[in-house]
Design a protein around this ligand. Structure first.
Ligand code: FRU
Length: 438
């Protein structure tokens, strides 16, 4: 099954991107996957591949529970290439008490988490019985980590050493924990960082360099008043990281990765050319039911190129996506539904653009959006969004797909992405260019 631009759940449920890597000539993007119903349950890793970050092919299941330690879930993690092999690191979940009426959920906080590794010779074959190994057992010393909530290993190799950052909790506050290793297989605790902006628990942390700038990325839980899991948001900030001691210090102000607040648990890695690319999970409150298709819930954002300029983290359109949108169309006001489009414009103060019922306008220097007309019947979730104030003029580069609108403001200074339903095909307001895919 092919997906264009956005990898979608191939039926049933998808959440976080996992194991994103360019490996042996292909981009691999795994994801949290529940194959039985369009809702969260015992986690597996689904598998997508792409040659260009634009055309995606689903390859079915990669990882699933087989061991006592991962019997209740193969949670999020990351990928690395070592000696030509693909290494997938993940969090292995075992319930200590199970909900009798839903065996896919633990009762209360009665579960434990360890970190595990699967290797593959080619990135396509995974032996879930023979090639799995527990590499960090359940942490029992709460000064180091939490036995239940320590998860989502992001692993990287640098200056002859392997590093792992994990999300965790201490005394109901988020923290990140570092492990280090000489060989990527035997790990030892190195350090940790606690911070008031790390929420109730930290999920899916990531740490990387853009030139000399160190960027921390993470998804803290419970940092806003939004209902349900939408109180969890992806943030980033410039940081200092001491490679020897693994001491992390947040140095800059926190930014939202995406001001639409639907994007969560993003992960980064470098593309073929070494650019830092981010992909995030777009949370969907409602399952999409289309004729002849298995109902599906969850999709990935566009890949975004991370750059740092003057202390600000930009999320830009990567060249791979630029290259796909090459055809300018004359028809600017009635777009074919079901096909992805790119709309470019500049809005002045007070001007407004409406895309199939989705509203975008500029008010007091803020770019604001309202999706209420294309988010009908969904209670308890935000329908409006705004970027921080920006005094520049407002250049908008907007990607419109069947269930997702992504608005890049001023070349990625800010991004607002929103899940939408039943989008119309009329465009009203000032449009400079409309581009179609190849
Ligand atoms: C984030 C998250 C991760 C976890 C995974 C489970 O959305 O909660 O922390 O590994 O999803 O599906």
């Amino acid at each position: 099954m092919e997906n264009l631009l956005h990898l979608r759940a191939p039926g049933n449920w998808m959440n976080d991107p996992n194991g994103f890597i360019y490996y042996q000539g292909k981009y691999h993007l795994f994801f949290q996957y529940f194959p039985y119903a369009p809702e969260w349950g015992t986690m597996h890793w689904g598998h997508g591949v792409s040659e260009d970050l634009v055309h995606w092919k689903h390859l079915g299941l990669a990882l699933f529970p087989t061991k006592q330690y991962d019997r209740n879930g193969v949670f999020s993690g990351s990928a690395l290439e070592k000696d030509g092999k693909l290494y997938l690191y993940y969090s292995a979940v075992r319930y200590l008490k199970t909900d009798d009426e839903d065996i896919h959920r633990a009762l209360g906080n009665h579960f434990e988490t360890s970190q595990a590794l699967v290797t593959s010779e080619d990135g396509f074959h995974f032996d879930n019985w023979k090639d799995k190994r527990q590499i960090i057992p359940v942490i029992t010393d709460t000064e180091i980590g939490d036995p239940a909530d320590t998860r989502d290993p992001k692993v990287w190799f640098e200056d002859g050493r392997y590093y792992m950052i994990l999300g965790s909790v201490y005394d109901r506050k988020g923290r990140v924990v570092f492990f280090e290793s000489q060989d990527g297989e035997n790990w030892k605790y190195a350090n940790q960082c606690r911070h008031e902006t790390f929420g109730r628990t930290m999920e899916c942390p990531d740490l990387f360099w853009i030139g000399e700038h160190c960027v921390f990325l993470g998804s803290p839980m419970g940092i806003s008043e939004d209902g349900k899991e939408y109180a969890n948001h992806a943030l980033c900030a410039l940081a200092h990281f001491d490679k020897k001691s693994c001491e992390l210090e947040i140095a800059g102000d926190f930014q939202y990765v995406d001001y639409g607040m639907d994007l969560y648990a993003p992960q980064t890695n470098v593309d073929k050319e070494g650019r830092r690319i981010l992909i995030g999970w777009m949370r969907m409150p409602k399952t999409v039911e289309e004729e002849g298709k298995t109902p599906w819930n969850g999709m990935m954002s566009l890949p975004r190129m991370v750059e740092v300029e003057e202390g600000h983290v930009y999320f830009r359109i990567p060249p791979q996506v630029e290259e796909y949108f090459v055809r300018e169309t004359e028809d600017r006001h009635c777009l074919k539904t079901g096909k992805a489009y790119r709309i470019q414009t500049v809005l002045e103060e007070g001007e407004r653009l409406e895309i199939g019922g989705y509203q975008i306008w500029v008010e007091d220097g803020y770019v604001k959006t309202d999706r209420s007309q294309v988010y009908k019947g969904i209670e308890g979730y935000r329908t409006t969004a705004a970027t921080p104030k920006s005094l520049e003029n407002h250049r908008l580069d907007i990607f419109v797909d069947a269930n997702l609108i992504e608005v890049f403001v001023n070349e990625g200074e800010y991004v607002i992405s929103h899940v939408v339903y039943d989008l119309g095909n009329e465009v009203n307001g000032k449009v400079l260019r409309v581009l179609e895919g190849k």
